[in-house]
Design a protein around this ligand. Structure first.
Ligand SMILES: Nc1nc2c(ncn2[C@@H]2O[C@H](COP(=O)(O)OP(=O)(O)OP(=O)(O)O)[C@@H](O)[C@H]2O)c(=O)[nH]1
Ligand SMILES: [Mg+2]
Length: 267
């Protein structure tokens, strides 16, 4: 039985902790989940002085955007530098578009690494130092927080049907695209700014979850290394999933669209 780390288990060389690293966190109606997600990240500030957070909110009707502003004001007041910012967008435009906008902003503001992370408590903040350590030690363009390498695990709350579906979606996308990435659909990934600049975020097609697959494939096509680090993936404990049928259809079609574009030499 694997135990879930509650505190960071990786000690980085002190200088590595100074690396400018921005966590991009998209939110839509996450008022019940956001405070704990922000706390978990801010608790890493001692070990990672270069860490900051950018919340990307799509005008959540439940007031997540205003809540994020209040959290930012509190954390920035107590710190010697700006630790948290909020990017407000005018309407719900899909997780992929929110990530692309946030990542672009992070790189423009000087981030050397950008980490994508959900606000619903699914992704383990305590693993961030390890992801950064692997990126710096190997020069990989992307380090995947992976559910499907040895040592990775899924919440016990996931039933057999959901486990199978997730496994199948991963195998499907990797097989269509001919990659060896075990968790190509995963959403807890650390990117180097160099990889993000090479990918050109403005050209990314996916509105929804297929963003995860499209980005990793784009990095591979451009010759960047992809590493995978095992994580434990928790089920969300508050709020609701935003996964819709349209988003699932886009995810089914995207690997074929990417493959066709690659065959035409476009991506
Ligand atoms: N800004 C923005 N954020 C979004 C949008 N859709 C989803 N998100 C956020 O993206 C993250 C992942 O969405 P979830 O609904 O948790 O998707 P999921 O993890 O596949 O589904 P669950 O298993 O039910 O948690 C969460 O932080 C959401 O609030 C969107 O259209 N805009
Ligand atoms: Mg989720």
């Amino acid at each position: 039985m694997l135990t879930k780390p509650t505190v960071s288990q990786t000690r980085l060389p002190a200088a590595w902790g100074d690396t400018a690293l921005t966590v991009v966190m998209p939110t839509y109606n996450e008022a019940d989940s956001l405070p704990a997600a922000v706390e978990a990240l801010m608790a890493l500030a001692g070990e990672l002085p270069g860490l900051s957070l950018l919340v990307v909110d799509d005008a959540s009707p439940d007031g997540t955007g205003e809540l994020a502003e209040r959290l930012a004001a509190r954390h920035n007041r107590d710190a010697d530098r700006i630790r948290m910012r909020v990017l407000h967008r005018t309407e719900k435009d899909g997780l992929g578009r929110a990530y692309a906008a946030g990542m672009r902003r992070a790189v423009e503001h000087g981030a050397r690494y950008v980490l994508q992370m959900d606000a619903d408590g699914s992704h383990p903040a305590a693993k961030i130092p390890e992801l950064l350590g692997v990126a710096l030690a190997t020069g990989a363009g992307v380090v995947v927080g992976s559910r499907y390498v040895p040592g990775g695990s899924l919440s016990d709350a996931w039933g057999a049907h959901r486990r199978l579906l997730s496994r199948w979606a991963n195998a499907y996308a990797s097989a269509v695209l001919g990659t060896r990435v075990r968790d190509i659909t995963g959403g807890f990934n650390l990117w180097s700014a160099d990889a993000l600049r090479a990918i050109d975020l403005a050209s990314v097609d996916s509105a929804g979850y297929s963003f995860q697959v499209e980005m990793k494939y784009a990095a591979l096509r451009r010759g960047f290394g992809v590493m995978e680090v095992p994580i434990h993936f928790e089920d969300r404990t508050a709020g609701e999933s935003k996964m819709s049928f349209a988003v699932q259809l886009e995810s089914m079609a995207m690997p074929w669209r990417l493959r066709a574009a690659a065959a035409r030499g476009m991506r």
